[in-house]
Write a protein that binds this ligand. Structure first.
Ligand code: PHE
Length: 356
């Protein structure tokens, strides 16, 4: 058989092989047989030295042409597979968006997310940083470090959801490697602890996030809701700084007509503790149904960080003092927009959501 016949045969058998392949995987597997040194055309190339000097150029050209033809056939089928895979992927990952397309609706952030972001903006404007922490917490961060040991009666303030980890109901992440329960955080206060543990004072931070309590959903309660916590630790911080900060925040977020006030209260992690109220945003203090004719609405809790809490985070309470506050974001949005039922925020009815 002449060398030209051998080349022609190698070329057509390679192209024949390519045409038999029916997916990308087998094509990739075939590649060494098409282009490698072990391919028929590859071994013919190595025979070039045995070809007569006079014929070498012509044989070389024939070989190159054959190689180009094989490559072209390979590229064509490869492109076909890529297109096929893409079509398959589009088909399987298809989302039916015709409903929103037909109504020409554009999505936007949920009301709670919008509110959270606005709150963050106001606090960032006042010089605070934003910190986050995990939603599944240990007993230590959610309770113990916050001056709430296991048998503390105030634990009943928080209807806690514990996580069932199957065999591993406890992990060794308590203080000193002690076993501890894992729970869904009942408030954003554990983030305070994490911040104080990981960064030395001065601290000026807010911690927004999702929290969980064992509650039945009704017009004003949800088992999942959102809070924002504030924490300041610095030299010489006193209750007046807390009152001033809350007043400043209230004016910045709600506008000048709305003021804040403190009322004595109790939290295990702050001493002294207070509830903070704001002027009713509906009647601006005149008294209405929403504020039960008092002119004030309760927004959240606050107080001076308890020395035990500072000590649990390795902060010397003789040198540093601080305040903390926390309030619900969902209820804030509810009040601001005069929404009657908290559950409406989470049933994902587009007609409700698109109003905000
Ligand atoms: N963590 C408290 C709650 O969820 C609120 C709070 C935060 C109170 C900070 C005082 C200081 O009820």
């Amino acid at each position: 058989m002449s060398v030209y016949d051998q080349i022609a045969q190698a070329r057509s058998s390679a192209i024949g092989e390519i045409e038999q392949v029916d997916d990308m995987e087998s094509l990739t597997a075939l590649e060494p047989m098409l282009f490698g040194k072990k391919s028929t055309l590859g071994s013919l190339k190595r025979l070039m030295s045995e070809v007569d000097e006079a014929e070498r150029a012509e044989v070389g050209q024939a070989l190159n042409q054959a190689q180009t033809d094989v490559r072209d056939a390979h590229t064509a089928i490869k492109e076909r597979f890529i297109a096929q895979n893409r079509r398959f992927q589009l088909e399987t990952e298809r989302l039916d968006l015709t409903e929103s397309l037909a109504a020409n609706k554009r999505g936007h952030l949920h009301l709670v997310t919008q509110t959270m972001e606005r709150l963050e903006d106001v606090f960032v404007g006042m010089g605070f940083t934003v910190s986050e922490g995990p939603q599944a917490e240990t007993d230590w961060y959610n309770f113990e470090a916050l001056n709430l040991p296991a048998a503390h009666p105030a634990r009943s303030m928080f209807d806690t959801l514990y996580l069932d980890l199957g065999e591993r109901t406890e992990i060794g992440d308590g203080e000193g490697g002690e076993a501890t329960n894992i729970l869904l955080r009942t408030h954003t206060s554990p983030v305070q602890i994490r911040v104080m543990e990981s960064s030395p004072p001065p601290i000026y931070t807010v911690c927004p996030g999702r929290v969980f309590r064992r509650d039945t959903a009704d017009a004003s309660h949800m088992p999942v809701f959102h809070q924002i916590e504030g924490l300041v630790v610095d030299h010489g911080i006193s209750l007046t700084d807390l009152a001033g900060t809350l007043n400043e925040f209230t004016a910045a977020y709600f506008g000048g007509a709305i003021r804040s006030r403190l009322r004595p209260s109790y939290f295990p992690f702050t001493e002294p503790s207070a509830e903070f109220d704001i002027t009713c945003v509906i009647c601006e203090g005149d008294g209405c149904q929403t504020c039960q004719r008092t002119g004030w609405i309760e927004l959240g809790g606050c107080g001076m960080v308890h020395p035990n809490v500072l000590a649990n985070c390795g902060i010397d309470s003789e040198e540093w003092t601080g305040f903390a506050f926390g309030f619900g974001i969902d209820r804030l949005a509810l009040m601001r927009y005069g929404i009657k039922d908290l559950r409406d925020m989470y049933t994902n009815d587009v007609r409700f959501l698109e109003q905000f």
